[in-house]
Design a protein around this ligand. Sequence first.
Ligand SMILES: Nc1ncnc2c1ncn2[C@@H]1O[C@H](COP(=O)(O)OP(=O)(O)O)[C@@H](O)[C@H]1O
Ligand SMILES: [Mg+2]
Length: 379
Amino acid sequence: MLNVGVFAYAPMKSILMGTLMSQPDIYLSICTSNVREVFSHPFGPSDILIVEDQLLKDNQSVQSTFARLTCRKFLIGITHDLACARRAISLGAVDVVEEATAGQEIMALLEPYVRNEVDRPSEVIAVYSAKGGVGKTTLALNLAWAMADMTSHPVALLDMDIFGDIGSMLLERPPISIVDVIQGLENGMSEDKALQSLFMSKKLGLTIVPASTNPQQAEIIRRDHISQVINMVKTTHAYVILDLPAGLTENNLAALDAADQIVVVALPEQVSLKTVARSMEILERLYAERLTIALNRTDSGTGITSDDVGRMLGRPVSFSLASGGVAPVKYSNQGIPLVQADRKNALSVDILRMANYFVTESEGLHRPRLKPVLHSTKS
Ligand SMILES: Nc1ncnc2c1ncn2[C@@H]1O[C@H](COP(=O)(O)OP(=O)(O)O)[C@@H](O)[C@H]1O
Ligand SMILES: [Mg+2]
């Protein structure tokens, strides 16, 4: 069943209602010309919203809020009108439908979504290191947060560490853990239901799946569960960030197998680097094409430079992450991600740059530019 919403004036509303309500696989979840009603509607990432361009034109001030709605959007307007095309781009619309023929055309356009055949480009970014305490979780959480702020597409953050602490680093602890999801699926819950149960910050379009608070429970997680959960989350999220534990366990290898990009986090410290260097042999053999190195606390004055690290690890450092001083710990104690609490912190600046790199690499420079919400501490 495909959930479809319509935001249009009365004449277009009745045309679309006539078409959509007779479709057995479509559920018309909302049909309105009221902006507030649309904004308070709980759209999911795989839902569709059909927007009449005239209504966008008449509500200029809310266009960026529309762009942030984490569903897929179709715009109904005059396809050869440049201003309409611009609004479609800033809306992040997947398609523009000709106003005059919308009633006839709309079903042909929705058909692939009904059949769930639409290829959603999805990128899995794993944050990994053979060592603990190097900043993996700090990076994964803040990177996901920053990317969600930069893109109009849904982003997910999965805590794959049995002892993971992403949940406790947030004021509002996401209630459904990865173990809950796995148990649900094992007990016959459908993937659609499981996806709907996940915690999502609507404002950012960020889904967060924490680790279970009971590490003993986490022992049920097997390699195939990891692949299943990642693939499932990929179907409704454009970016999936994985926070992995240290080591090269079976489960970690399953997660790395599913990743398109593997960010290996290292510290400029001799002992820690040696461990990371040893793991690089295996990583290079299995995942050479996907690896990048992020050097954390680059400026900590250990006497080991970025070039030294590049030599030791056998590939250059791609991302330098400055030390954030006490701020990362201070804000994590308060349950607020660093990039949200203090955008100007040196580590925030570096993580925001990294997020921009990943989003731009995938969506290009000319993606819809959105008004960031990171200046506010409410999520
Ligand atoms: N660049 C940084 N500047 C300051 N503190 C940092 C930085 N990176 C990580 N930390 C802190 O170091 C500790 C370990 O980081 P964490 O992200 O939990 O590492 P890991 O997930 O690799 O075990 C945390 O207290 C975190 O706040
Ligand atoms: Mg961690």
